[in-house]
Ligand binder design. Structure first.
Ligand SMILES: NC(=O)c1ccc[n+]([C@@H]2O[C@H](COP(=O)([O-])OP(=O)(O)OC[C@H]3O[C@@H](n4cnc5c(N)ncnc54)[C@H](OP(=O)(O)O)[C@@H]3O)[C@@H](O)[C@H]2O)c1
Length: 180
């Protein structure tokens, strides 16, 4: 799994995301869908480029953190009061995915910790991590296991049946708990 980055510069300026709250720019919409990148492709711990790791981390962890900060007031006033961080089972240490991809996996493990921290800080809202499955997107590739429609349907079904006790947990698109 891992498409090359296609030219975005990860934006780590909190003011950029704060000013995006309420503005449905294409970039904001992309982030609301749960953007992410596997910049390093199939890199490994002993071969990865620090710059790639840093950029992957900014996009996959700093981006979602700032988007959540920008939107949390609105989430707290909403009916569902839910934040879904789109993660990957590649970030699950217990799932034992092996050596690669390192920078992507490290960023998703960190995103899962962000989910945990957000859930602990705001018990009034439900925050989860979700893996959408291996899907036929640019990143997942044409040989991925499922079409996008299967992952999207599974994510939406799981989100719609969430209970408050589910906050701080990690689910896959089949609604099953993913071990950390
Ligand atoms: N596909 C899978 O098999 C799979 C499996 C597990 C988890 N996931 C997760 O699901 C989410 C969606 O992945 P996907 O498969 O849809 O990926 P994708 O096909 O590669 O799409 C990623 C999207 O993010 C945008 N993007 C990338 N870096 C950006 C940046 N720094 N700033 C703004 N936008 C940026 C891209 O914009 P451009 O199109 O303009 O480049 C694109 O719209 C990700 O969080 C991914 O980790 C996917």
């Amino acid at each position: 799994m891992g498409a090359a980055h296609r030219g975005h510069q990860p934006n780590s300026d909190p003011e950029h995301w704060r000013s995006s709250a309420g503005v449905r720019s294409p970039e904001t919409q992309a982030l609301c869908r749960g953007i992410s990148v596997a910049l390093g492709g199939a890199d490994t711990a002993f071969s990865m480029d620090g710059d790639v790791l840093q950029k992957t981390f900014v996009t996959n962890v700093v981006g979602p953190a700032y988007v959540s900060q920008a939107f949390v007031d609105r989430v707290e006033k909403s009916e569902k009061k839910t934040i879904v961080n789109i993660s990957s089972t590649v970030g699950s240490i217990a799932s034992d995915f092996g050596a690669a991809p390192a920078s992507y996996g490290i960023s998703k493990t960190a995103l899962n910790m962000l989910t945990y921290k957000q859930a602990k800080e705001k018990p009034d809202i439900t925050v989860i991590s979700m893996c959408p499955g291996w899907l036929q997107t640019d990143m997942g590739g044409q040989n991925a296991m499922h079409p996008v429609s299967v992952g999207v349907a599974g994510v939406l079904k799981t989100i719609s049946s969430l209970k408050s006790g589910d906050s701080g947990k990690f689910f896959n698109f089949q609604g099953e708990n993913v071990p950390w």
